[in-house]
Design a protein around this ligand. Sequence first.
Ligand code: PLP
Length: 463
Amino acid sequence: MTTPDGHGGGTAGFPAADPFSSAGAFPLPSTLSHAVTGARYWLPPQAALAPSAAPAPPPVAFDVEAVRREFPQLHREVNGRPLVWLDNGATTLKPRQVTEAVGEHYARDTSNVHRGAHALARQATQVYEEGREEAAKLLRTRDTGEVVFVRGTTEAVNLVAQSWGRANLGVGDEILVSTAEHHSNLVPWQLIAAERRARVVPIPLLPDGRLDQDAYRDLLGNKTRLVALTHASNTLGTVPPVAEMTALAHRWGARVLVDGAQAVCHFPVDVTELDADFYAFSGHKVFAPTGIGVLYGKREVLEAMPPWQGGGNMIDSVSFGRTSYAPLPHRLEAGTGHIAGVAGLRAALRYLGSLDREAATAYEERLTAYATRALSAVPGIRLLGTAPGKIGVLTFLVAGADPMELAGLLDRQGIAVRAGHHCAQPALAAYGVTSAVRASLAVYNTAREVDALASALYEAVGV
Ligand code: PLP
């Protein structure tokens, strides 16, 4: 069995040498070649569509095997086969630095933060606040008061919807939400819209998964209060031109919330450059533990928001007559936070910071192009989302194959993918489907693993 790139496949699956070990050795499809310029989210859609005439950039050295050594789970077997983890959109694996940090917190350093008069409380507080500094660095804000710890992206969006939304939305106001959103950047808006008698209005998709910019311009107006946008779609992989869309929204006085859940681990993010009012991400999708995430908000916007939840940590003083609140970010962080989670997040972001991000992003772009080419050649396959500059999310259907059964078949070969609606039913509905298979890549995946997937799919279709 031979994969489309001529590498030996078969059941064990892997060619002896990874084609990525000699970066630049294989050509990219022309529609994807611009992706390696590193400028993807500044490209206007038309330019992004045109095949690049520019010469290919020089290969960027990236030692994927060194990265893989830090992730113990990559070295286990599943169903008697080496694990091929292609479910990174659901959650990423954890480097040993993260599991050690969490383990140490519980084994040696357990303490609450911000309220103890003892050494371990001071130590835990320091780790906690350093975690906040790392998150601020990741998003490129200097103000740690703009970094609010939450459980994850879902809680971040709910916080904004319930606090900012309740204070700022009224009858007939409009919230524009892209059709590519994960349910967690749609349902919270539906809930608050119902309460405030506001309207949620979809921004439609083009057939390749880009957001329809003409329609977006037409939808914006003086009723628009907020635009909810993904920075990278978990189902289609689309990376919308967020900075441009934000600038347009601001012309109408609307706020913009960007869901960065699938973005932060794939490419560098700069909230100042995007000029986003809110930006959310989940730790577990960027090598950190579950249950910890970040809501970024512009200081002036967060300061004008009423507290969402009340309780410990978020107050200045309390009496039955009058309660006043702590300064940002604590005002929006009621109760004991996920202290071990922040220790893990700190370790994860330090780990990410230790990588050459430019080389890592370029590597992932090449791997995505390689995977797109490999999967496109599988007979009967239909890829959903082929927008230029997309992240390594490959959602597909194979003619005559049930997505769940296909995922089960891959699982038997140790290949973990996701099948179903991917919590993005409107995005799938735009393609007339309700379920699909999704293989999602991360920086530690290899062309060998893509070959294993392609090989298993060839087998599934009986080639
Ligand atoms: N947004 C996107 C784009 C996602 O992919 C996900 C999770 O898959 C979420 C939001 C929700 O993240 P969480 O469940 O960590 O809150």
